[in-house]
Design a protein. Structure first.
Length: 227
């Protein structure tokens, strides 16, 4: 069952902002494969899914710079993007119910946007390959900010571009950093429990909402008994 704050009224919500990786798109295997394609030739080894996942947080370029000699980092990033785009449909997919969630929010007059820790190239590929690009009024990526999540900079930027009030926005994410960024920005937080993050850990950070699936999220967000 979703956890909600009882004093939140549906009339307050004007905008919903989404993370991409893990929240909209199931692409962990593609990320791991692309990372290894990018770095293996420079470091002589492959990294496990656990190892790559543990590097999440910094930007893609920063992740690669952690393991690849600095003079090879930019070439490695290019290799990553080539592999990510080429094999997207083989190793990644849109989460079930996401398209209905976004369409339902739009039909209800709620503006939808994106703030992701991925760079613009990777984000563009994900949105293009899933057919989502034209559904969002605003897309903010790691290339648009100085500080990554959990710093609230990206969320604040997205809200400013969407011209909505902070306390009338909700941010969907599947990682603890998403919840923390929401709190620092003053935005309502929605834990996407279907994503990469551990559900127990996400709940322990007390998001305003915790949804098991996109269908349940849409039902609550548009229900007179929810928001």
């Amino acid at each position: 069952m979703p956890k909600t704050r009882s004093n939140i009224s549906r009339r307050r919500i004007e905008s919903v902002i989404f993370d991409v990786d893990g929240t909209l798109v199931s692409n962990l295997k593609l990320i791991v494969n692309s990372f290894n394609f990018a770095v293996e030739g420079f470091v002589g080894r492959r990294y496990s899914q656990v190892e790559v996942y543990s590097m999440f947080g910094p930007t893609l370029e920063q992740m690669i710079e952690e393991v690849v000699p600095s003079e090879n980092a930019k070439d490695a990033v290019k290799l990553y993007h080539v592999h990510y785009r080429k094999y997207f449909h083989q190793y990644a997919r849109l989460h079930s119910g996401i398209r209905a969630l976004i369409s339902g929010l739009r039909r209800a007059g709620i503006t939808v946007g994106i703030y992701t820790g991925s760079d613009a190239t990777m984000t563009q590929t994900s949105l293009e390959k899933t057919g989502l690009r034209n559904l969002f009024s605003v897309v903010v990526t790691a290339d648009d900010v100085v500080e990554p999540k959990p710093d609230p900079e990206g969320l604040v930027r997205a809200i400013d571009l969407m011209t909505t009030e902070v306390n009338k926005a909700v941010y969907f994410g599947d990682e603890v950093d998403d919840i923390e960024a929401s709190k620092r920005a003053g935005v309502l937080s929605a834990a996407a429990l279907w994503g990469f993050g551990d559900a127990t850990q996400l709940r322990s950070h007390q998001p305003d909402f915790a949804f098991n699936d996109p269908h349940g999220a849409l039902h609550l967000l548009l229900s007179d008994h929810g928001m």
